[in-house]
Design a protein around this ligand. Sequence first.
Ligand SMILES: C[S@@+](CC[C@H](N)C(=O)[O-])C[C@H]1O[C@@H](n2cnc3c(N)ncnc32)[C@H](O)[C@@H]1O
Length: 254
Amino acid sequence: MLGKFTRFGRGIRWLVTGKPAQRRRARQELARIAAGLFGDFPLSDDYKYWRQDREFLADYQRLSPGNAFSQDRKWTLREYVRLSNRLTGDLAECGCYQGATAYFMAQASTSGTLCLFDSFEGISRPGAGDNADDDQIMPWAEGDLSASESVVRHTLESFTNVEYFKGWIPTRFAEVSHRRFRVVHIDVDLYQPTRDSIEFFYPRLVTGGTIVMDDYGLMTCPGARRAADEFARAHGIDILELPTGQGIITRQAD
Ligand SMILES: C[S@@+](CC[C@H](N)C(=O)[O-])C[C@H]1O[C@@H](n2cnc3c(N)ncnc32)[C@H](O)[C@@H]1O
């Protein structure tokens, strides 16, 4: 216990007066101490190569200022797009908000078109499928997370292969029913649009293509998980749940 307090004192000193490397080390050490004290902490080790990628971190900071909580998810999504570049097919995102994840998808992609589906009026009205088992979870409200199409167009103005489909999911899906997709990002937080997105896009994935669900493992989005689990059960497929909270469905050969 004494050792913990000594490290705590050094951590605080480095945090306040240390060089950048010491400040970072101090942050990691304080997190370790907190993990020890509480028996749990929602962080893993800090020293990872991707955490040194200055270009990514600068893009993230510019696109998602004030949101420190989804760097790992955005990095992971970008990796799925990069890995899919040898496949044929387009990309799609259901739920793009201000365009941060769409930016990383477009940035990592070397071919095809990125199709963006969003109401651009925020989330739809939550239904019975969105009820949480735990009443500590704050429910979503219609219109939360609203961003305009012009904001997203501005964010993505340096990319040419982006198409916009404004409307409530699934109303615009029919316009891309003839296409095939290699990565589809689903991030709509609720049961109904998640269900409709998976049902539409899964059969249109190329072999080896993936659906990346941003909110599958988040307790704040019970409807999204429910919709995905129902689909997986009905079709005999497995979902990979990542520690980031994302859920991954991969299309195997028929
Ligand atoms: C969590 S945000 C997306 C965040 C974005 N993927 C990112 O990480 O940068 C959820 C988005 O889903 C959209 N959305 C929610 N329900 C929808 C529905 N039923 N139809 C269309 N868009 C919907 C909202 O407008 C919002 O932009």
